[in-house]
Design a protein around this ligand. Sequence first.
Ligand SMILES: [Fe+2]
Ligand SMILES: [Fe+2]
Length: 210
Amino acid sequence: MRELAPQHKALRVIYDDHDRLGAVLHGMLFLLRAIRDGGAPPDLKVFRAMLFYIRDYPDAVHHAKEDRFLFARLRMRTHAADAVLDELERQHADGDALIRKMEHALARYELEGDAAFPAWFATAESYAKFYFDHMRMEEETLLPLAQRSLTPEDWTWIDQAFLADQDPLAGYDSKGSLDRLFSLIVHIAPPPIGLGPAPKTPASTRSGAL
Ligand SMILES: [Fe+2]
Ligand SMILES: [Fe+2]
């Protein structure tokens, strides 16, 4: 993965964004698997914060920039990327329904307790897989194609768009608020994921395995 040096600013933004989203998803899976393996649940607001981050970040900002700038310009330059762009754009379009499914499963777990945990766990696992597969397709297939096909002028235009802090659709300071939200997740997630308090009940059976 990431065989090509990210010499373009937009690529660095994309890789950084993917790293952060991956950290949130890995953290969510770690916490869920600890509960599944008998550990005490953490304060569930950590999951709400994670979903809030995912909804505000990939769906509202990252995907919008990919669609409007990188993908659109690549379609102008080559048809070699059409199939993968069709698939990635379809996955972007599915994002809203998938995050709503996650929010619903979490709400049921909060309201109904242990009986709703298996559904919340399964929904979150398949959601994380969906996003890891999505990011892998972009990094291993789409970005190398873009680097071969786009012109220096294309990259100048795309770099400017990706470096702008303003969300191109909503027009608010997304970067600052997302940085604060990511920091909040780190501070409320229990160890070893974050700096927050450990669950109150000792988790004697927790395996910690991912
Ligand atoms: Fe994407
Ligand atoms: Fe992406």
